[in-house]
Design a protein around this ligand. Structure first.
Ligand SMILES: C[S@@+](CC[C@H](N)C(=O)[O-])C[C@H]1O[C@@H](n2cnc3c(N)ncnc32)[C@H](O)[C@@H]1O
Length: 123
């Protein structure tokens, strides 16, 4: 398994935990656009709390690169909506900082779907 982030965020403890499950982890510190620009091929690409960082245009470009690199893509992102937005506004009452309230800045499911429709499909 290859874990990519532009910062070195994957700890030895995490790598050891994956090893116990039988997974060999390769940690890569790189910009994701550089990483997928090098025609790597994978069985699956998964992202966790990641794609909401990018503008619609950058997101469409990223999805196009991923589509060339793997047959499937899974993204785990906060789904913004009125209930979540209201709930997030209450989080400071419990001492949460801006990071804790990040679903406010998260990704609309529709936005991801829209970006996908602008992305070239695998043949
Ligand atoms: C909310 S954190 C999530 C980190 C990790 N995926 C997790 O679930 O713990 C977002 C991460 O995206 C990384 N990131 C943002 N833009 C990036 C880019 N262009 N290339 C690589 N990593 C990027 C940041 O360094 C940060 O670690």
């Amino acid at each position: 398994m290859t874990l990519v982030d532009r910062h070195n965020i994957v700890s030895d403890v995490t790598v050891a935990a994956f090893a116990e499950l039988g997974w060999k982890v390769d940690r890569v510190s790189a910009d994701v656009f550089d990483f997928f620009g090098h025609s790597n091929q994978f069985d699956l690409v998964a992202a966790n709390l990641f794609v909401h960082h990018f503008s619609d245009e950058r997101l469409a470009g990223l999805l196009a690169m991923i589509a060339r690199s793997a047959p499937a893509f899974v993204a785990c992102e906060p789904r913004r909506g009125p209930v979540a937005a209201f709930g997030c506004r209450l989080l400071p009452l419990f001492g949460c900082n801006e990071v804790g309230r990040s679903p406010v800045g998260g990704l609309w499911f529709e936005r991801l779907t829209h970006a996908d429709t602008r992305c070239p499909k695998r043949s």
